[in-house]
Design a protein around this ligand. Sequence first.
Ligand code: COA
Length: 245
Amino acid sequence: MTNFEVIIYEKQNDIGYVTLNRPQALNAYNLRMRDELYEVLGAIKDDPEVKVVIFRGAGEKAFCAGADLTEFLTAPSPVIARRVRWERDVWGLFLSITKPLIAALHGYVLGSGIEIALCCDIRLASEDAQFGLPEVGLGIIPAAGGSQTLPRVVGKAQALEILLTGRWVKADEAHRLKLVNQVVSRQDLLPAAERLARKIKAYSPIALNYSKQAITRGLDLSLEQGLELEARLGDGLFNINKRAI
Ligand code: COA
């Protein structure tokens, strides 16, 4: 187990567990969390012992209540903000991970909270989960990819409505919108995520990796290019499997 200040990172039986750990501030995403998440994501990416990862939030009330409002717009200058973003591209790193990532979401899932969840591949929510993007109400736009990842998951019209109105979505509606794959009881949230993780980790890591790439990269391509990508990945996997025999 690696304990940072605001994130707990554990590994058990090939499963990585990332817990956002500022329950007293509803796991609000602050600069410290950004730095620690960057380190943890790098470790996940490089560690062959981690086959699948579960993201969750500490405490009863929230997965993550968004960016830390006490640090709101505190960057010393746009130039420095841009440099930090370049050096620590947490969201680029997140989306570049080819291992299966599962988000176990409860309570408030706001702003960066949704955006973290959208960087994951499978989202489970407990019945008490509530989702929202409050950015526009604060005079800003999502900064962690949400304006791009949300419409790719729920479609343009729903994403626009959620973002432009700041309307919150409860778990059952999130399920209808396909923002989450399953809704379970609060008690069953982690066990349900672990059941999925155990099923997934039993498969070949390279087949999981290539399958994830085929879908996530393919979605940004034309059908023709996507089919080419699938064929390339399929051939690559076939050759790897052949060499292994
Ligand atoms: N940044 C920093 N601190 C936050 C926070 C955030 N985004 N969200 C909640 N907190 C802190 C509160 O200040 C409070 O701290 P305190 O106990 O020291 O006063 C603590 O977390 C508990 O929050 P509280 O507001 O008392 O809980 P609640 O259940 O009454 O309300 C929310 C929950 C989520 C509705 C409310 O906290 C809220 O609106 N948070 C801001 C959401 C937001 O706009 N996020 C930014 C997205 S870009």
